[in-house]
Design a protein. Structure first.
Length: 386
């Protein structure tokens, strides 16, 4: 039978209900205390109402019924999902927040959603209890823990107790729902796919990839709105060093470079006044540009083996370039292959950031990450893709 968590240290076996936040009187009262019993009953009634509301909501984007594997408590906000596993529920002490690890990413998990998960877990435990008093205790304890976690006003010992309660409740919930399908797909971590991202020259993306000349091929599609000098994508030290890049020259010609030495031998150069829709490809065996219905290419194989000094950028080129102007245009697609295997596939999207603000970025279909604006201002967005 499910045993409700005990949050007292008096050594007895009688379940106690913890005081709500701000009500510490120096002791933890039991159910024999009439005031506490009344408070517990009120909590149980409130929890029951929330349970009914939660059961009616079938749209559970975080799959709390089956996919939370363990709960982790950390002191500060993690910069990435490194060190965590898919299914981890991460509780952050400062600033007060919580996240769910999904596809190698930290997805913000609000206190309201966490409280609903705990309340839902409490229902599973209370349903298995044979005594009304035990059910009231379980529900009141879970409500108190949910409140404590949401406000992060707990001591180190209280955090450990709360974590144990969450794990126990979720385990009981999973055991009580054998028909639940753990393989049900999760919702994507963005609001909608859009046709393109548009930069005014202040916005750009950092892919985090150091390009390898021996193995990598890069392909980008987009729209040139004005044939002015611009850094479109890639990284290079200069025109003759560790150079895998695409841009527009002062002569209004789009170029694609792939060299560590004399760039003239390997550069693909489009016609003057390069404007309109384009696809540019950079690889050791082929550099090509398709723009305005015309194709320019260079198929001289480059034997150089090198890795770019900086990470590849989109709407910009890392390192020295012909101009300081970033690409003021549109990007519809960006892909990188390594040894013939697709390692990045960016789709423009609209997503809600950690400050609960909608903005534009790119979702990597390979890693499941969202790349946000590394510059200033905000991307312009194309229409939603239905």
């Amino acid at each position: 039978m499910f045993q409700s968590p005990k949050f007292h240290r008096c050594g007895c076996d009688n379940p106690h209900i913890p005081l709500p936040l701000g009500g510490n009187t120096g002791r933890t009262p039991g159910l024999s205390d009439q005031t506490t019993a009344t408070r517990a009953l009120n909590l149980a009634q409130a929890v029951s109402a929330l349970l009914a509301q939660h059961e009616a909501d079938t749209n559970d984007p975080h799959n709390t019924r089956g996919l939370v594997k363990q709960v982790r408590v950390v002191d500060s906000l993690p910069s990435s999902a490194s060190g965590f596993n898919d299914g981890d529920l991460v509780l952050v002490k400062s600033p007060a927040s919580s996240f769910y690890v999904q596809s190698g990413m930290l997805v913000e998990y609000t206190p309201e959603k966490l409280a609903n998960a705990l309340i839902m877990a409490t229902q599973a435990g209370a349903a298995a209890a044979s005594a009304q008093t035990e059910a009231v205790n379980a529900r009141a304890a879970a409500a108190s823990v949910a409140n404590d976690i949401a406000l992060v006003h707990v001591s180190e010992a209280r955090q450990a107790e709360a974590t144990a309660a969450i794990v126990a409740a979720l385990v009981a919930l999973k055991a009580s729902r054998p028909a639940f399908d753990d393989t049900a797909p999760l919702r994507p971590p963005y609001d909608s796919e859009v046709a393109w991202l548009e930069s005014d020259g202040a916005q750009w993306l950092d892919t985090g990839i150091y390009l390898d000349a021996a193995t990598d091929v890069v392909e980008m599609s987009g729209v040139v709105l004005a044939a002015t000098p611009a850094r479109i994508f890639g990284a290079r030290s200069d025109s003759a060093s560790f150079n895998i890049s695409c841009g527009i020259t002062a002569a209004a010609r789009m170029i694609v470079d792939f060299n560590n030495g004399n760039y003239d031998r390997y550069r693909a150069t489009a016609a003057a006044n390069s404007i309109g829709e384009f696809t540019a490809t950079a690889g050791r065996d082929l550099r090509s540009i398709v723009i305005g219905g015309a194709t320019a290419s260079s198929s001289v194989s480059n034997p150089d083996a090198f890795t770019t000094a900086g990470t590849c950028r989109v709407f910009d080129v890392a390192g020295d370039f012909l101009t300081s102007n970033r690409f003021a245009g549109r990007v519809t697609s960006f892909k990188v292959w390594r040894n013939g295997v697709l390692i990045m596939d960016l789709q423009p999207v609209r997503f809600t950031n950690r400050q609960d603000v909608s903005e534009g970025g790119a979702f990597d279909r390979v890693s499941g990450r969202i790349l946000g604006n590394a510059g200033t201002g905000a991307f312009g967005l194309g229409p939603d893709i239905i």
